[in-house]
Ligand binder design. Structure first.
Ligand SMILES: O=P(O)(O)OC[C@H]1O[C@H](O)[C@H](O)[C@@H](O)[C@@H]1O
Length: 546
């Protein structure tokens, strides 16, 4: 691949960045009352305001030119066409096909994948209905009251985030739980208070080889068998996986195995059979609305011109700050308690996708790739880490998310919440100048040395960028749009940086080494041949648990 930093568009952006370095956003707003009009996009009930960014009239065309020169349109189209863009694994990347309700064929190795997708969705719908209406019962004939999804990473984070976000749509009478960590505390505390006769387990694993998931699933299986006998397994376990053989070996009835395919990446899989816990929690109609929202964003991404394309704009802003303003981190700040797991979900989606150090052709990158992503729901974050975002030495672009309406219109809560999100974005953009700070201190009656001593501490540099996503309400469709927006943002950034967003080799080494250490923890007589630190720590654990 060509060196990104040698592209004309990159060079032009570098020069442009220098020329605008001393132009604060505050001045840009003062000079242009139409700045919001110029720098916002709307898709249905979702508005992206990106006007509080370090953008002049020249910036966006230069960024869009960079997208052109790095082949953003061609690679987007290659993804939608089912080409094997995940080149290290020779796989297509087709989460977009999962939510496309049209009959337009999508070919993988010459075969249309749409009929299989439809068939699995139909089976998920039938199963969801059967659990809800009590046709599907436990081994003793009791209706199911609790569903426990056992999975980790992409087989956990998406469904957890969505079921939390869509709690207002939850079906009464059915509780959905999630167990992911191999730490026994997770499954033990989840099973406390559950009745094996009314509990259904979903074993969610694309590969069905993941150690944490299989360990938890075996524990759950033993818990069921202990209470209800071996024959109960087929009444209390279903599987969401691509690995039919391993599912059968576990003893799960193939009739309740819901399949998906290697062209669905784990962290992009909530739209597949991995979404079954979502459908069980909120009903199949709401799950379908989630898919439809994502599809609306897919259509927008596929067809909107680059300079009016939400995912493209979000992606290019990230490239702008990472490449030309020294930003290494990105904050996602949902002012919606229902989205409290969105940052956790996006940590995997973004960092596992774009935490890469070599280009598609294996050359080390000479530019920054994916940022460190973090966040907390507002207003909790304000009382925690916002200090650093306002006055620290790091530039941290922020995404604020805000629903115009709440499902819990209690007293003044929602206006107070929204006043905070708007104020934070305003404060980051405007800051507080020395003159303003001085006037404030004088107003408080301070003067002389006392005033001068406090003054530098209460100056805010401002000019700190943020995007604000405002939506009417957090319904399934809007949530689908927001998730797809981030998926495509990640895709576009990977294209510009020339990396593969769809593999995750970085998680392998730790797994391999854990495989070597496990027998050493289970048998104290095994000799140790690690580094001095690892040997000493194993020795300490052996000693302390004696
Ligand atoms: O669904 P599974 O095959 O059990 O995989 C679960 C997770 O395993 C690994 O951690 C991968 O890096 C993740 O991308 C994946 O989501």
């Amino acid at each position: 691949m060509t060196d990104l930093t040698r592209l004309d568009a990159w060079q032009a952006l570098a020069a442009h960045a220098e020329s605008v370095r001393d132009t604060p956003m505050r001045a840009l707003f003062d000079a242009d009352p139409d700045r919001f009009q110029r720098f916002h996009l709307r898709l249905g009930d979702l508005v992206l305001d990106y006007s509080k960014n370090r953008l002049t009239a020249e910036t966006l065309p230069l960024l869009v030119e960079l997208a052109r020169q790095t082949g953003v349109e061609a690679r987007r189209d290659a993804m939608f066409a089912g080409q094997p863009i995940n080149s290290t694994e020779q796989r297509s990347v087709l989460h977009v096909a999962l939510r496309d309700p049209t009959d337009t064929p999508v070919l993988v190795d010459g075969a249309d994948v749409k009929p299989e997708i439809r068939a699995v969705l139909e089976r998920m719908k039938a199963f969801t209905t059967a659990v809800h209406d009590g046709t599907w019962r436990g081994a003793t004939g009791k209706v199911i009251t609790d569903v426990v999804n056992i999975g980790i990473g992409g087989s956990d984070l998406g469904p957890v985030m969505v079921t939390e976000a869509l709690k207002p749509y939850a079906r009464p009478g059915l509780r959905v739980h999630f167990v992911s960590n191999v730490d026994a505390t997770h499954i033990a505390t989840t099973l406390q208070g559950l009745d094996p006769a009314t509990t259904l387990f979903l074993v969610a694993s694309k590969t069905f080889t993941t150690q944490e998931t299989l360990t938890n699933a075996q524990t759950a299986r033993a818990w069921v068998v202990d209470a209800l006998g071996e024959t109960a397994v087929r009444h209390h376990f279903a599987a969401l996986s691509t690995n039919a053989k391993a599912v059968e070996a576990f003893g799960i009835d193939p009739n309740v195995m819901f399949g998906f395919w290697d062209w669905v990446g784990g962290r992009y899989s909530l739209w597949s059979a991995i979404g079954l816990p979502i459908a069980l929690a909120v009903g199949f109609e709401a799950f379908r609305a989630l898919l439809d929202g994502a599809h609306a964003m897919d259509d927008h991404f596929r067809t909107a011109p680059l300079d009016q394309n939400m995912p493209v704009i979000l992606a290019l802003l990230g490239v702008w700050y990472g490449g030309f303003h020294g930003a290494h981190a990105h904050a996602v700040l949902p002012y919606d308690q229902s989205l409290h797991r969105l940052p956790a979900y996006l940590q995997q989606a973004d960092m596992e996708s774009n935490g890469k150090r070599v280009t598609l052709d294996g050359q080390p990158v000479a530019w920054g790739t994916g940022p460190i992503l973090f966040g907390e729901p507002g207003t909790n974050g304000q009382h925690s880490f916002y200090q650093l975002i306002h006055q620290g030495t790091h530039l941290i672009p922020c995404d604020f998310l805000a629903p115009a309406t709440s499902f819990h219109p209690l007293g003044r809560h929602h206006p107070i919440l929204l006043s905070n999100v708007l104020a934070q974005a305003e404060a980051l953009m405007r800051g507080r100048t020395e003159a303003e700070a001085r006037a404030e201190l004088e107003g408080r009656g301070l003067k002389g040395a006392e005033l001068e001593a406090l003054l530098p501490h209460i100056v805010f540099p401002g000019n700190r960028p943020s995007n604000t996503l405002v939506f009417r309400r957090l319904d399934p469709r809007t949530l689908g749009m927001i998730i797809a927006l981030y998926e495509h943002k990640i895709h576009v950034q990977a294209t510009v940086w020339g990396i593969n967003a769809y593999d995750q080799w970085g998680v392998e080494l730790g797994k391999r080494l854990a495989g070597a250490i496990l027998p050493e923890l289970e048998d104290d007589t095994r000799p140790l041949a690690h580094d001095a630190s690892t040997n000493a720590l194993i020795g300490l654990i052996r000693e302390w648990r004696r």
